[in-house]
Design a protein around this ligand. Structure first.
Ligand code: ADP
Ligand code: TYD
Length: 262
């Protein structure tokens, strides 16, 4: 475990998928072998010449954890390193996503299992849409960053129903595309509630301290359960946004240019 980082699991790297996608991107890939820490003098050159250019990265965390802030900062870093970047989010802005948002803002009512089912459909559309689906974007050589993916479902719906059911219900998405990296930004429910109340006059369906405490616990339960299938990086979200972004960037560099020191 590296200092200053809470690395949970770094397993089951989907090298085959990455290599297949990499062949569609515009630069050569670096081998993932043990190597020393990057010398900053060479960092830019490494980023531009050997960094894999076709990644799928998912940000996760409870509400207000700083995901959209980090998506933006990472997109800037990646673009500087020569990636074409497509940033996206769930719930999406499709009609299914709109339905979900109506439920969250209390305009409509639905059972938790219905919401879980809607997210299964929203996610499949997010992946498979012929216009701007994630799979299409990856085929086109983009690195895709998403603000939430299936771990959100495991945690948010696993709080109200069987998490195994939720995992099973999302298995088609998982078979279609696992993130090269799931990044969990860890903040406490108290910090989350403070941030949410700061920026808004009303709260959404799942935005209560008690629920967010349960959701956070479910995230860690899901990480433990899936540690042999998923690549997960947990970072402390109670720091300056730039410090978090720097850790995320180092993690991605180490993952993509083969400079893992452990
Ligand atoms: P999310 O997408 O997870 O809801 P946001 O990025 O929208 O989170 O951030 C939620 C709120 O917290 C925003 O007001 C944002 O400016 C603020 N914020 C984001 N990152 C940090 C941070 N590291 N420290 C303090 N506040 C932050
Ligand atoms: P989001 O807009 O990302 O909220 P925030 O920016 O506050 O984190 O997500 C809206 C809500 O959707 C959030 O409460 C989490 C919930 N959600 C689920 O319940 N299941 C899911 O599968 C996803 C992707 C999100």
């Amino acid at each position: 475990m590296k200092q200053g980082k809470n690395k949970l699991h770094k397993l089951a790297y989907k090298k085959d998928t990455l290599e297949k996608r990499q062949s569609n991107a515009d630069t050569t890939s670096g081998e993932r072998t043990a190597a020393p820490q990057i010398n900053p003098i060479f960092e830019i050159e490494i980023q531009q010449n050997t960094m894999k250019k076709n990644l799928f990265i998912a940000f996760e965390g409870i509400d207000g954890s700083g995901k959209s802030t980090q998506v933006k900062l990472l997109a800037e870093h990646l673009e500087k390193a020569g990636h074409k970047v497509y940033s996206t989010f769930e719930p999406t802005d499709s009609p299914i996503g709109a339905l979900i948002r109506n439920i969250f803002s209390h305009k409509m009512e639905a059972d938790h299992s219905v919401i879980a089912g809607l997210f299964v459909a929203d996610r499949l559309d997010h992946l498979l849409s012929k216009t701007n689906g994630i799979l299409k974007k990856l085929e086109e050589g983009y690195t895709v960053i998403t603000d939430r993916y299936y771990f959100s479902s495991y945690a948010y719906h696993g709080t109200h129903m069987s998490m195994d059911w939720v995992i099973e219900a999302n298995s088609l998405s998982a078979d279609l595309l696992r993130p090269d990296l799931n990044i969990y930004i860890d903040i406490s429910p108290e910090v989350s509630m403070k941030r949410l109340l700061n920026g808004r006059s009303s709260l959404e369906l799942y935005e209560t301290s008690e629920n967010l405490r349960n959701v956070r616990a479910k995230y860690f339960e899901a990480f433990e359960q899936l540690k042999f299938k998923e690549t997960i990086f947990v970072t402390d979200g109670n720091r300056l946004a730039e410090a978090i972004a720097s850790d995320v960037w180092q993690e991605i560099l180490q993952m993509t240019v083969g400079t893992n020191t452990h």
